[in-house]
Each structure stands twice: as structure tokens, then as C-alpha cells.
Design a protein around this ligand. Structure first.
Ligand SMILES: [Zn+2]
Length: 454
């Protein structure tokens, strides 16, 4: 029966969103991401799916759905699923996090990808500085206020606040059904009112079904809602009192966090120094009239890693990196101005500390989520070892990209759908507690099984 929805990922797990929406004659994928623990029973400890085998190694363990007319010829060259012309009309992307985009690279490049204008800028930054899963696809852009059609479906994108700019939820009119899809959201970020806009807009369209994330719907969620402005306050305090180098590790595309650390640096007379990759992203995002980002060269410096010959010579660097060399900040520059720098250093770049040789007594701010599994705990321990090694203090400081449980309930109440499908959560069954005194039906998803929307 059509229209119908099939969840191929995000089922009883955080991340891995892959939802196929079908009406008579039209088929659209909502996100096509990588699950955080996708295949870790088979692929970990240095064992990786072979790129040369396309989707084959992932099909082997059911890590990608075998949907005809979805994948590229290259992805299917060695699989029992044979390549055919696309039978999926479009991929509609909520935001540019890997758990929503990560598997798009396997799909047929003939399938266009719809995304927000900001997401297309982020995509082009990654494309220039490494690669992007959207690289081979035609990218079609939207903004809040637009409506667009794919076959018989009409999409109404509405912005939401999340830990990356350009995040959207959607209301989708599909045959006789109306579906609302939240993507990932929070209300406590600097643009929390955008999520309220989504709830209002969705309620107006009277969706029969709500597909909502529930990352923090869990027993042990502390419900603590550190806001980004609290992170900023604490960062200002820590950076302000430091009399040595301050460095921090945080997600390079979290623009709120970049602004937080830029403000903390300015308030204490320091200069924020970021990686070349982040510099490319900030340059691209400066074209977005709705976003405020620090300007490269003017507001923030760019860190130049030593490569090959160690001479900071053009020939050592990729062409996209060369324009940063002239005004770039090297390890010895940081060492010379330790009290004037706030350095953004991703964990994989920590060996730079060996060249920087900072004086003991500096400050490290771990501006990321606390570890939630064994692998994360191991990584956190390694980070702490590095911080101990250079004799710095370690402070964890973070505002979540996701709403706590009570605010997920508020969204469910506000949208007012008749049926709720919880996705991007380990505990879909816990949504039952939200139903007290309400009439809506809880429909936890079953992986790979179509649900009719009317
Ligand atoms: Zn996300």
C-alpha cells in the first residue's frame, strides 16, 4: 500500500539514517548515512571494508540495503545485485553529518541530492580540501520558505538548530499522507528558535506521521542542558585565567563552537588559530548571508603543519593549502607566542605538540561529548595521556547537538501527529512514556519493513 516508508537505518541505533519514502511512481531517500557502530563486529581493529569491492563488503554483513536502482555501477561491480538505471528519484539530505551523508558515495551519481544552501557550501569546502560523499552528484539547493517537488511528493524544508549549520527538518506531502521528519535537533543552541519554527510549521501542515530523532531518550540521560552560551562563559573563564598555551579539540564543522572559541580568544587578547581544513570551511561559509563566522587572516590564524621536507615550501603542500602558507602559523610561531594563542588542534594532530614544545602548565579544553562506548573511552584515555605528557590541565566542556528527553516530548506534543516513529535512538520503546493522556500511536520501526503512511 502506498505511500509507504521503509527504515533501513537509524532503527534502534543512533545515526545511520536511511529512510525510503515511496508513492506510486516516486521514490525518495531521506538521508543515507553511516551508522556509528556499523559493522564494528566485523570491521574494527584495523579491518576495513575494501574500497575496491564497492558495496560488496558492506552487503556481506547487511550494512547496506540491497535496493535495486540505487547504487552506482562501480559500487555493484562485484555483487549479486546488478546495476540498473536509477529507480530512486532523489536523496533529500537533512544535514551534513556523516551519520546522514556517509553512504551517499555508493549511490548512482545520476540521482540528484537536495540539501540546504549552507550544506552545499560545507560540501564544497570538504570537496576542495579532501572529498565529499556528494562529489559525483548534482546538488540542488533549498532554503526555509521554499517548497520543492520530487515526482508526486512535495517537500517543505524548515530549518532546525543542531551542532552543524544548515540543518533541516521536512514536512512531506505524499499522496494522501503527510509526513514530518525532524532530522537532528535541539532547542538549547544559539539558534534554538529555528527548531520552534519547525514545530510550528509542521503542526500547521497537520502531519499524520512524525519521524523523530530521540538520541537522548534513554534512562541515563542526565537531562543536563548545557547551552552553547554556558560553554562560552566557561571557555572565557578558562582561557582568561591561563598564563600559558591553550589548545582545544572540537568538531571542525560546528560553527557555533568555532564562534564560541573565537569569542573566548578575543576576550583574553589571544588569537584563535585553526587548521587549514577549517580555514577552507570558514572561507566558504563567509558567503552565507545568514551565518556569522570569523574571517580567515583577519579574525583567526591558520596553522601550518610541517610536511615532507619541513621547509614550509609550496612543493610540500596540496594546491588548496598553498594560499595559507604566507601568513600561516607554524609550530615555532605558536611556541614563540604561547600566551597569545588559542590553538584548535584535532586529536589526530596532537603529534604537532612535539614540535610546538609548549611550556608546562597550559590548558587543554576537550570541547566534545563524553565517551559513550568502549572505543570512545579508549580514545579519551589516549587524549588524556597526551595532555599529561605536555603537563597541561584537562577540562571537558560541551553542549549537545541533541535535545534532552523532555524537549523531544515537547516536540512530539507540539507537532501533534497521529502516529510517531522514533528513529536515531537506541530506545524507541521509551517514547511510550510520552503518550500519557495522548491519543497518538507509537510505531517503533522495523528495519527494512515498509509501513503504510495512511
Ligand atoms: Zn547530526
Amino acid at each position: 500500500m502506498y505511500p509507504r516508508l521503509t527504515c533501513y537505518g537509524g532503527v534502534g541505533e543512533i545515526g545511520g539514517n536511511k529512510f525510503l519514502l515511496e508513492d506510486r511512481g516516486s521514490r525518495v531517500l531521506l538521508d543515507f548515512g553511516t551508522g556509528f557502530s556499523d559493522g564494528s563486529d566485523y570491521f574494527s581493529g584495523g579491518i576495513e571494508p575494501r574500497l575496491v569491492n564497492g558495496a560488496g563488503d558492506l552487503f556481506e554483513f547487511g550494512l547496506l540495503p540491497e535496493i535495486p536502482g540505487l547504487y552506482s555501477e562501480k559500487a555493484l561491480q562485484n555483487t549479486r545485485l546488478k546495476h540498473s538505471d536509477p529507480e530512486v528519484d532523489a536523496i533529500v539530505l537533512s544535514h551534513y553529518h556523516t551519520d546522514h551523508t556517509g553512504r551517499i558515495g555508493y549511490t548512482d551519481p545520476e540521482i540528484p541530492v537536495y540539501c540546504g544552501e549552507t550544506t552545499s557550501l560545507i560540501h564544497s569546502a570538504y570537496s576542495d580540501s579532501s572529498s565529499s560523499p556528494l562529489d559525483d552528484h548534482e546538488v540542488r539547493k533549498f532554503r526555509t520558505g521554499d517548497r520543492f517537488r520530487v515526482g508526486s511528493m512535495e517537500f517543505v524544508p524548515v530549518h532546525v538548530d543542531h551542532s552543524i549549520p544548515g540543518a533541516y527538518g521536512f514536512v512531506i506531502h505524499c499522496g494522501d499522507a503527510t509526513l514530518a521528519y525532524t532530522g537532528d535537533f535541539r532547542f538549547h543552541g544559539p539558534a534554538g528558535s529555528m527548531t520552534k519554527d519547525f514545530v510550528e510549521a509542521a503542526a500547521k501542515e497537520r502531519p499524520g506521521t512524525l519521524l523523530t530523532e530521540g538520541t537522548r531518550v534513554r534512562e541515563n540521560d542526565d537531562g543536563v542542558n548545557t547551552s552553547e552560551s554556558q560553554v562560552m562563559e566557561e571557555a572565557m573563564r578558562l582561557v582568561g585565567r591561563s598564563r600559558a598555551l591553550v589548545f582545544s579539540s572540537f568538531r571542525g564543522n560546528d560553527v557555533d563552537r568555532i564562534n564560541t572559541f573565537h569569542a573566548a580568544a578575543e576576550a583574553s587578547g589571544r588569537r584563535l588559530v585553526v587548521s587549514m581544513k577549517m580555514a577552507v570551511l570558514l572561507e566558504k561559509l563567509s558567503a552565507d548571508r545568514k551565518l556569522k563566522v570569523p574571517r580567515i587572516g583577519k579574525d583567526v590564524g591558520v596553522y601550518v603543519r610541517r610536511k615532507r621536507t619541513g621547509k614550509l615550501d609550496d612543493s610540500d603542500y596540496f594546491s588548496w593549502e598553498r594560499r595559507f602558507l604566507g601568513d600561516g602559523v607554524s609550530a615555532s610561531d605558536v611556541r614563540a607566542k604561547q600566551r597569545e594563542v588559542l590553538l584548535h588542534l584535532e586529536a589526530w594532530n596532537f603529534p604537532e605538540l612535539i614540535d610546538i614544545k609548549p611550556e608546562k602548565g597550559g590548558t587543554y579544553i576537550h570541547a566534545a561529548t563524553e565517551a559513550f562506548n568502549e572505543e570512545g573511552e579508549r580514545e579519551e584515555a589516549v587524549i588524556k595521556n597526551w595532555v599529561d605528557h605536555v603537563g597541561f590541565t584537562y577540562t571537558q566542556l560541551h553542549a549537545s547537538g541533541h535535545a534532552p528527553m523532555r524537549e523531544v516530548k515537547a516536540l512530539v506534543d507540539g507537532v501533534g501527529a497521529r502516529k510517531v516513529i522514533p528513529i536515531h535512538t537506541e530506545h524507541p520503546e521509551m517514547f511510550a512514556a510520552f503518550r500519557k493522556g495522548k491519543k497518538w500511536k507509537l510505531a517503533p520501526p522495523l528495519k527494512g519493513e515498509p509501513t503504510p503512511l495512511v
